[in-house]
Design a protein around this ligand. Structure first.
Ligand code: ADP
Length: 602
């Protein structure tokens, strides 16, 4: 095709009449093409501009939704999260219905969180309120997939009835449908659904906006769900603390103020909870810690210790209430740490032991009076029995029966005296009044002496003294209370005699401790009934007797308790190794150069 420019110009005579016509024809194809091109370009440019504007608008909208989704990510209230999101969607788009569901893994169902418009017809709402995964609907099946369900036009969907399960909207004007599963990592948190009057496609801004926001909403739902779990756990813990019979105080590390006090604390301290809360713990001056030696320390010592990272256990304290009454409490304090180990506060636990204390005091008073009252008559019986025994053997006036009776009285009163002494020792230990008389002695000769006397009282056993690695004649000098060590050895050897058969060997040994030559190691080994593994940890407890012993063997179960206390007072330790039915070995590790007695422990 060619384009031409035609021009007809008249040629006139002197009168003005047209006499000729000049026809000019110019080909202008290239100019026309050039002009057409310019116009086409202009149209294209305008179209591109319009497209750009639409895309910008689309991105803006997507961004808007994303911003909302992002902003709710840290919110902990699921309802406000979903409300904000739905608001953002309806402001930017015009969906028929939009709803958010929360997944309930335990019930395998979705619960409706928010829906717009509100209220929807009641029956439709009921269908959406609770959607078990087994229901036949798109929404119920979304937990099985990671990608959104996008239906461009419900009118053309084969499984149209699936929508009926969740829709109940006039079917004819419902077209687009999108349901986005909300996944956070491996956890399915719920679903976000929108139903539209228009058809939709994958590239629609709404589809894009919902898809992109899903991860933020899922994160927000996860956070809120975990928060609910933690909160429920906290409340459970708090309910436990509230109910505990022990007083509990929680103190903040930064300012020493009490942030939690339970009912028992209120009752023990005699102060209402509201006056305890937010007040500094250091303001309770009416509390003194009582040490074993009856020294009283201000109780903020415990607070300093706990905030410094140490755990303070079972401290007795005397608490003077505002009304002047006194309560004895047993308290422990421990630091509270955050996950990175920093001390954030401390926990104080205390119980009122006033009643137990007074019972204990009465018990002690009774025991000490009773022991003294018993000691005097027994000493008299024993003394007179000895006199009679001596007289009888001199004058030979008594019948053999009478002589046996007096010997029996003598032996029995001796064992009664021993028993009373042991009970007195227990009282002394309890009230921390057991004094040691430390002096330098030869431990080898102390042991030899004990063996000698024991050999006369237990002639049917073979007592053997083994000195291991000591020079001859054996000597091992050390500082100890000789009477107390004799008591320890007597107890261990008489047990070995009691719990092994007549005629068997008992080995008493002495050597320096390997690796610690300043300590002596004494052992008493028998081949008797032994102690079972489950009884072994208990035999040093007061009044404990193992169940394999013959009940006719006399004993109260306090000998080993005293042995342990006496050895501990010397700074040493005692333990036993045993195999049932083949024998036991008791070991005593004793420091040889103890200058000061170790503090007594109960
Ligand atoms: P008891 O007066 O009963 O002998 P102890 O305190 O001396 O009290 O000992 C506690 C318990 O330990 C005993 O009752 C016994 O069961 C067990 N026991 C102590 N020594 C021996 C031993 N040498 N052999 C076996 N059992 C022993």
């Amino acid at each position: 095709m060619t384009y031409w420019n035609w021009t007809l110009d008249p040629v006139r005579d002197s009168d003005g009449r047209i006499v000729q016509i000049v026809e000019t024809v110019t080909e202008i194809t290239s100019q026309v093409h050039a002009r057409q091109k310019v116009e086409e370009d202009k149209v294209l440019l305008e179209q591109e501009k319009r497209d750009l504007e639409t895309e910008q608008k689309r991105l803006k909208v997507i961004e808007n939704i994303e911003v909302v989704a992002r902003s709710v990510r840290d919110s902990l209230d699921i309802q406000s999260i979903s409300k904000a999101l739905i608001q953002a969607i309806i402001t930017n788009f015009d969906p028929l219905v939009v709803y958010i569901h929360r997944a309930d893994a335990a019930q395998q169902a979705l619960h409706l969180l928010q829906i717009h418009p509100q209220p929807l017809q009641e029956d439709a709402l009921r269908l959406l309120q609770y959607v078990p995964y087994g229901t036949s609907s798109y929404l119920a099946s979304v937990h099985k997939q990671r990608d959104p369900i996008i239906l461009e036009d419900l009118q053309f969907e084969v499984a149209q009835e699936w929508f009926a399960g969740e829709g109940r909207l006039p079917q004819s004007y419902v077209h687009g449908y999108i349901c986005v599963p909300l996944w956070f990592g491996d956890h399915f948190e719920g679903a976000l659904t929108a139903v539209l009057k228009e058809r939709i496609s994958v590239n629609d801004p709404l589809v894009q906006a919902l898809t992109r926001s899903s991860v933020y909403i899922a994160a927000a739902l996860t956070q809120a769900r975990l928060h609910t779990v933690v909160k429920a756990e906290q409340e459970r813990l708090r309910a436990v603390l509230d109910q505990l019979p022990e007083g509990i105080l929680i103190v903040e590390a930064t300012n020493d103020t009490i942030t939690y006090a339970n009912a028992a604390a209120e009752q023990i301290l005699g102060l209402p909870i509201h006056s305890l809360l937010d007040s500094p713990i250091t303001s309770y001056w009416g509390i003194e810690i009582v040490s074993k030696t009856d020294i009283r320390l201000p109780w903020n010592f415990v607070i300093t210790e706990a905030l410094g990272g140490s755990t303070v256990r079972s401290q007795e304290a005397i608490l003077t209430r505002t009304d002047g009454s006194k309560v004895i409490v047993l308290g422990s304090a421990a630091p509270l740490r955050s996950t990175d180990g920093a001390i954030t506060g401390m926990l104080l636990v205390f119980q009122d032991i006033t009643a137990q204390k007074s019972v204990e005091q009465h018990k002690k008073a009774f025991l000490s009076i009773a022991s003294h009252e018993l000691r005097t008559p027994i000493a008299a019986i024993q003394g007179f029995a000895e006199i009679l025994q001596v007289q009888a053997s001199k004058e030979q006036k008594l019948s053999p029966q009478g002589l046996r009776a007096i010997t029996f009285i003598n032996e029995q009163s001796q064992s009664l005296t021993r028993l009373i002494e042991e009970m007195l020792d227990i009282t002394r230990i309890e009230i921390a009044q057991l004094q040691l008389d430390i002096a330098t002695h030869d431990l080898a000769s102390t042991i030899a002496h004990v063996i000698e006397t024991q050999a006369t009282t237990a002639p049917e056993h073979h007592l053997q003294f083994v000195l291991d690695g000591l020079p001859s004649p054996a000597k091992l000098m050390g500082k100890f209370d000789e009477n107390r060590i004799v008591q320890v050895l007597n107890n261990l050897i008489s047990n070995a005699v009691k719990y092994s058969s007549v005629g068997s060997n008992i080995e008493v040994g002495l050597r320096r401790c390997s690796g610690n030559a300043d300590n002596a190691l004494i052992w008493v080994k028998d081949s008797g009934i032994g102690i079972s593994a489950h009884e072994l940890p208990h035999i040093f407890k007061r009044f404990h007797r193992a169940n394999n012993i013959d009940p006719s063997i006399s004993g109260l179960g306090i000998g080993l308790y005293l042995v342990q206390e006496l050895v501990t007072c010397h700074g040493g330790r005692v333990w036993a190794e045993s195999t049932e039915k083949s024998g036991s070995t008791f070991y005593v590790q004793l420091p040889l150069h103890m200058e000061h007695p170790a503090p007594q422990l109960n």
